[in-house]
Design a protein around this ligand. Structure first.
Ligand SMILES: NC(=O)c1ccc[n+]([C@@H]2O[C@H](COP(=O)([O-])OP(=O)(O)OC[C@H]3O[C@@H](n4cnc5c(N)ncnc54)[C@H](OP(=O)(O)O)[C@@H]3O)[C@@H](O)[C@H]2O)c1
Length: 309
């Protein structure tokens, strides 16, 4: 089978599209025939050297977000059968014709999504879900600021926060204003022309998907006692001392209950993925290059096999 693997860290020159054996599922694992894979910043972050931070050792097969069909079950796997259409966040190895998922990594693909749409959801939506609802304790009626509201995570975060009944303020550049408004934000801030502190105050939760200066500036709009969750930065010791457990970095993890709740919102059409570009597996370098621009609207998806259902 074809798979994308790095043998060393670096730029796109270290990306190899190779032939390798189809992996076999161990107990508790599922072999998935991958139709589509979502591209995420974590892919080029791992390629650039962050593998060890994720507990990975070289050589590393890339790709953590897949949609496809169950090919084979390992021992003691229940709840799935060969032929089931599934989607999920896996540890790694999703940019390949077949990938291994732990049983808790995947859920049945929502029927109304095609495979391209399905590959745009699991990792990004789990990050938003766990960041806003678990770490950020978002409840109905609260005010939330979402930075990077037009990105892979942000575009789903906006819809999840609206579905929760929150008042949502989203940031992006002006070219994404109407896109972010269509996602449902109550207020839009163009970070290229407007100062956050002039436009926003007293939010119950900041959910930051941008980091850097944006992360630092967003502290000024948080109300006393509010929560601040970042998907990007590692809070400093001083920040942790100041905010305690009201400041957190989310680490997206597989969770079948969270994924089932996300699927239910897809089923009720409260969560719709947005696709920036679809590229074949052979153009994985271009996909990573695009992601690295940090200007994508919604998700980049790799088409690995055609939907044969
Ligand atoms: N911790 C975790 O578990 C976890 C999980 C998933 C993702 N992440 C991290 O979360 C971040 C976002 O991921 P993603 O997949 O959403 O990335 P993405 O899709 O690449 O985000 C791109 C979007 O960010 C917007 N953007 C760029 N700079 C901005 C700024 N200064 N202010 C507001 N918006 C800005 C862009 O809008 P414009 O074009 O309008 O600028 C673009 O639409 C990444 O750093 C990723 O590594 C972490």
């Amino acid at each position: 089978m074809k798979a994308v693997v790095i043998n060393e860290y670096g730029n796109n020159d270290v990306i190899n599209l190779i032939e390798r054996d189809i992996p076999q599922p161990a107990a508790g694992e599922i072999l998935v025939k991958v139709y589509t894979a979502g591209v995420n910043p974590v892919d080029w972050r791992i390629r650039s050297g962050a593998g060890a931070r994720f507990g990975l050792t070289l050589p590393i097969p890339l790709g953590s977000e897949i949609a496809g069909v169950v090919e084979k079950l390992g021992d003691s796997v229940s709840g799935f059968k060969p032929g089931d259409a599934v989607y999920g966040k896996i540890r790694t190895g999703g940019f390949a014709e077949y990938a291994i998922a732990q049983v808790e990594d995947v859920a049945l693909k929502p029927q109304q999504l095609d495979y391209i749409q399905a590959a745009a959801i699991p990792l990004a939506a789990l990050t938003a879900w766990q960041g806003m609802f678990d770490s950020g304790k978002l409840t109905s009626g609260q005010r939330i600021l979402i930075t990077g509201a037009s990105g892979g995570v942000g575009s789903l975060a906006v819809q999840l926060a609206k579905a929760k009944g929150a008042y949502v303020i989203g940031t992006a550049s002006g070219r994404n204003k109407s896109f972010v408004e269509q996602l449902g934000v109550d207020e839009f801030v163009d970070y290229t022309g407007e100062k956050l502190a002039d436009k926003v105050s007293d939010v119950d939760l900041v959910f930051d998907t941008v980091g850097g200066e944006t992360y630092l500036q967003a502290f000024s709009v948080l109300k006393a006692g509010g929560y601040f969750v970042t998907a990007v930065e590692f809070p400093t010791e001083e920040q942790r001392n100041t905010y305690g457990d009201h400041l957190a970095r989310v680490f997206c993890k597989s969770d079948p209950d969270d994924l089932a709740a996300i699927s239910a919102l897809v089923d009720s059409q409260q969560l719709v993925p947005h696709i920036a570009t679809v590229l074949p597996l052979s153009e994985v370098k271009q996909a990573l290059e695009l992601s690295e621009t940090r200007r994508t609207r919604g998700k980049i998806v790799l088409q690995i096999a055609a939907d044969q259902n």
